[in-house]
Design a protein around this ligand. Structure first.
Ligand SMILES: Nc1ncnc2c1ncn2[C@@H]1O[C@H](COP(=O)(O)OP(=O)(O)O)[C@@H](O)[C@H]1O
Ligand SMILES: [Mg+2]
Length: 159
């Protein structure tokens, strides 16, 4: 299951609400695991290497796996879809498609780290560009949540 959304859209909050901690593979957490700093962009290569490795190991065991990363760029989604395909795992995309203003406002409330507003703006633009073709990328299911009410009330079936 791929969460897709800019920083501040609420991916980690949604993941924590619906899934066990062991089911969530988070790029921020893995950056912190290798560098003690989840904001250290120089650790991204190592973090995503681990993210793909863990996803592969879990999916080979048939374990539900939730990828908590922005996933707003197609190549990032493609590499994860390829891992799912190798393990014949079904794939679901959950898109947190909130307006830039909401992401920026929430980003400012984060306790652990603030993402540069320009980076958030670029992520929202990348996501907007991705939306029209998402259904053709190969996910079995795509859910696009366009407002906070839908995000707060979503019911996720584990099947
Ligand atoms: N559904 C929500 N309602 C209100 N505040 C939220 C909601 N989801 C996230 N937030 C707040 O927004 C900020 C960013 O959320 P977070 O889950 O860390 O986003 P992301 O993982 O996408 O960067 C946090 O301070 C969080 O408490
Ligand atoms: Mg997060």
């Amino acid at each position: 299951m791929l969460l897709i959304g800019a920083a501040g859209s609420g991916k980690s909050t949604l993941a924590r609400k619906h899934f066990k901690s062991t089911e969530i593979v988070s790029s921020d957490a893995l950056r912190a695991m290798v560098s003690d700093d989840e904001a250290d962009q120089s650790a991204s290569g190592d973090a995503f290497h681990l993210l793909r490795l863990i996803a592969m190991k879990r999916l080979r065991r048939g374990r539900l796996t939730v990828i908590d990363a922005t996933n707003v760029q197609r190549p990032a989604r493609k590499s994860l879809l390829a891992i799912a395909a190798q393990t014949s795992a079904p794939t679901t995309a959950i898109v947190l498609n909130l307006p830039l203003d909401t992401c920026l406002a929430r980003n400012r409330t984060r306790l652990n780290r603030l993402v540069d507003p320009d980076v958030v703006e670029k992520q929202v633009a990348d996501l907007t560009e991705s939306l029209h073709g998402l259904a053709q990328e190969g996910f079995q299911r795509v859910y696009v949540l366009d407002n906070t009410e839908d995000i707060d009330s979503i019911c996720i079936l584990r099947s």
